[in-house]
Ligand binder design. Structure first.
Ligand SMILES: Nc1ncnc2c1ncn2[C@@H]1O[C@H](COP(=O)(O)OP(=O)(O)OP(=O)(O)O)[C@@H](O)[C@H]1O
Length: 326
């Protein structure tokens, strides 16, 4: 019964309703609505100046909205700001660590501030993978280590909602992978994670749903999968290039029931590779925003330094079994 299911559904961890934030004539956030569920990883994506950071600043009580309303963990971010802040935490680019203190001392200070158990400090240092450097001064830490320490610090109060502003920017692939793994663990344990990123491949991999922001407005909001599928549909359906055992290449329509050549070739064991043309999230963004994220002054990285970024044509190796059926 739908009514009963609705009653059992926990309230969303983040609710944003007609939120605006104006700086003079600049409408940094211009009437946005969304809700993020418990355990959801929710991505805010957009060009420089789209309003991502401002949205997070309002939701974390760092700046008041001009209009509209938002709640975090059930608490209004304006009227009930302190209660909301007790249940959230954040990793922000402009945050500072105490450079002349050790990693452990940095965390211990925050543990005291939040009344956390003292054992929590070492637990978190282990969790983010910097226990070995716990007694080194933070000024000797690399960017990745500092980012890990900031994350540990943000977890000290077991937040119900964690806000991460560009958490993997400037990180080496290993640190970025560790951070993504922690986000997944947190999400599985019920923490809601709201993340801003310029990295479309990362958003695709990590986020349950993403909102594309442009000039302070949400221009699309859905799961990465749905966004990609709807672009494929607008382009006339998904297609694939197929390489057969006789080295001939064919283009097939995956969404056209009349085109069952791929199934037939597969049944005959003739397929060597299938080359899918599924659009990427970056393609969806370009279509909606009219330009790519690389066109807004971001420094483009060479392709081999773009972890997880998939080319437009992405090869799937079909299990090839010469002369037989699978
Ligand atoms: N304190 C401020 N005073 C005046 N304007 C501001 C202020 N903070 C942000 N803005 C403006 O609001 C708009 C949105 O900025 P915001 O930092 O939220 O964008 P963003 O999507 O996070 O961009 P980026 O990817 O560069 O961090 C921009 O036009 C910015 O110049």
């Amino acid at each position: 019964m739908p009514d009963q299911r609705a009653a059992e559904q926990p309230p969303p961890a983040v609710v944003v309703d007609g939120l605006t934030k104006h700086y003079g004539d600049v409408h940094a956030v211009d009437g946005i609505d969304f809700a993020a569920q418990r355990g959801e990883v929710f991505g805010l994506l957009g060009h420089n100046g789209a309003g991502k950071t401002t949205t997070i600043r309002v939701l974390t009580g760092r700046t008041p909205p001009t209009g509209g309303r938002a709640t975090v963990a059930g608490h209004d971010v304006v009227a009930d700001r302190e209660a909301a802040r007790e249940r959230l935490n954040l990793v922000f680019e402009d945050q500072n660590l105490y450079d002349r203190l050790t990693g452990r001392a940095n965390l211990a200070l925050f543990a005291e501030l939040y009344d956390a158990r003292p054992e929590r400090v070492d637990e978190l240092l282990r969790r983010v993978g910097i226990a070995h450097a716990a007694d080194r001064k933070v000024k000797t830490y690399s960017t990745g280590m500092k980012q890990r320490l900031l994350l540990a610090r943000a977890l000290i109060n077991d937040p119900e909602v964690l806000f991460l502003d560009e958490p993997t920017r400037g990180l080496d692939p290993t640190s970025a992978r560790t951070l993504r793994a922690i986000v997944r663990e947190l999400s599985a344990a019920g923490t809601t994670v709201v993340i801003t990123t310029h990295d479309m491949a990362e958003a695709d991999e990590l986020c349950h749903r993403v909102a594309f922001l442009s000039e302070g407005r949400i221009i699309a909001l859905d799961t990465p999968r749905e966004l990609k599928l709807s672009l494929a549909a607008r382009r006339g359906g998904r297609r694939a290039r197929v390489l057969l055992d006789d080295r001939s290449e064919h283009e097939v329509a995956l969404d056209d029931p009349a085109d069952d050549r791929l199934r037939a070739w597969a049944a005959e064991g003739r397929v060597v590779t299938v080359h899918s043309d599924e659009p990427t999230l970056a393609d969806v963004f370009v279509e909606l925003a009219g330009r790519s994220l690389d066109e807004d002054g971001q420094e483009e990285q060479p392709p081999d330094e773009q972890p997880g970024r998939r080319p437009w044509w992405h090869w799937l190796v079909w299990p090839y079994k010469p002369g037989g059926r699978r």
